[in-house]
Design a protein around this ligand. Structure first.
Ligand SMILES: *Cc1c(COP(=O)(O)O)cnc(C)c1O
Length: 417
């Protein structure tokens, strides 16, 4: 049950910070060792990725993004202490955070198929050979997506020789459909919303024994792929000489749709830093799906439509009415809170990211930028800091910037104006 004053606030579309009471009512649905397995798989598969993806030729095939200085953004928005941008907008090939989970799930599927057909399980790079591509061509990956997950699954599937089918709602971005079709991905459009596209994709995959459905809401493989980010970022912080401790905590702000990507990343960060890291999700005021799910307990699924919101937002990557139950359950005692962001702020942040940092980002990716302001400049933030004995001016603030480098110029110029 949602408290009436919370519902009033949400319905008023007023940006807010909701603090998570943090008690667990449900079992933890994810096991920590899945992150180790995913980390090893991504490492072992690097030589394969370097062979099949021209962008990665000559590299070790590691899909990772830089952690960059964001003081210029801090100065523009007003704040103290250190701000960093985790530039997943620059992740190779897929251009968004979806590369983390999506690539991992495609690689896990390739591994399973190859093992079934007599692969020794050792040399990933061998899977780039024509005989394996022929084998993979008899299988297909199917996914329902508003865009970025489809791009991540579709592009890597095709690069390995799999067939790929992406189900999208007909209002999904035209350039994303075009990009997928150019790479030989079968794009199927559905009238109505995203949930319909997902259901259609699931039905296709269930009827085809050679198909694998990538389930954005329930996949452990996606979640594990996202969680690997925690370890990689711990290494990056260390390289930059940034220590994380009780007196110098890490505050991380993550744009959230169904909750899988930010949930997995939070899971991974908590594994690394425990009580010294505090993660907050950022959701559009019209689509606070994880906020309403966590705030109402996890007994029943609750959608943003149930509280009278439209789920219509400029942030197409975050326009999700119903949160993932897997992610919500994992976040019960791991997430610090959720704040909401109006579309007008997203547009403003997009411009700032370009002007101050030279980063090309999409509206969804900027939702995190409001985070430090909530912690340092609001009553709810002050309460939270007092309760956890945190001095925000001594914290390292990480804005997770989740996508944008593939956005075509014409689209980007439109956003800027
Ligand atoms: C998908 C996506 C998110 C959020 O991921 P979820 O798993 O849906 O919560 C954030 N930003 C961008 C750009 C995305 O594409």
């Amino acid at each position: 049950m949602l408290a009436p004053d919370l519902v009033d606030n949400l319905r008023g579309r007023k940006p807010m910070l909701w603090l998570n009471p943090g008690s667990r009512s449900r079992d933890d649905p994810f096991s920590p060792e899945l992150v180790d397995t995913a980390e090893h798989r991504l490492l072992r598969a690097g030589p394969l990725l370097a062979r099949v993806l021209p962008e990665l030729a000559g590299s070790d095939g590691l899909i990772e993004s830089p952690l960059i200085d964001a003081q210029a953004l801090r100065d523009a928005l007003g704040g103290q202490s250190r701000w960093l941008l985790k530039a997943d907008n620059r992740l190779p090939v897929a251009g968004s955070v979806k590369a983390r989970g999506g690539f991992h799930e495609v690689l896990e599927f390739a591994e399973q198929v190859a093992l079934r057909h007599g692969w020794d399980g050792d040399d990933f790079a061998a899977l780039a050979e024509p005989c394996w591509r022929e084998c993979f061509a008899t299988y297909q990956l199917v996914v329902g997506s508003t865009g970025n997950l489809g791009i991540s699954i579709g592009l890597l599937s095709r690069a390995l020789g799999f067939r790929a089918q992406v189900h999208m709602s007909d209002d999904a971005k035209q350039w994303k459909k075009r990009l997928l079709r150019e790479q030989g991905v079968c794009v199927i459009e559905h009238a109505g919303d995203y949930a319909k596209a997902v259901a259609a994709g699931r039905a296709v995959a269930e009827a085809d024994p050679q198909a694998h459905f990538v389930d954005d809401e329930r996949s452990l493989s996606l979640f594990a792929g996202y969680a690997v980010a925690g370890r990689r970022m711990a290494a990056q912080l260390k390289e930059q000489g940034i220590s994380v401790s009780a007196s110098n905590p890490l505050l991380v702000y993550l744009p959230c749709g169904v909750g899988g990507a930010p949930g997995g990343i939070t899971y991974g960060l908590k594994q690394m830093f425990g009580g010294h890291v505090h993660c907050f999700f950022a959701e559009p005021v019209e689509s606070p799906s994880v906020l309403v799910q966590l705030a109402s307990g996890l007994l029943n699924p609750v959608s943003v439509h149930d509280v009278g919101l439209s789920n219509r937002t400029l942030a197409d990557g975050l326009a999700v009415g119903q949160a993932s139950m897997l992610a919500s359950a994992c976040m019960q005692d791991r997430l610090a809170g959720v704040f909401t962001v109006p579309d007008a702020s997203l547009s403003y942040y997009l411009e700032l990211a370009w002007e101050k940092l030279g980063e090309r980002v999409e509206p969804s990716a900027t939702a995190a930028f409001a985070g430090p302001g909530w912690i340092s400049g609001s009553q709810a933030g002050a309460q939270w800091c007092a309760r956890h004995q945190i001095d925000p001016s001594r914290a390292t603030h990480v804005l997770w910037c989740t996508g944008g480098s593939l956005v075509p110029d014409s689209e980007f110029q439109q956003w800027l104006s």
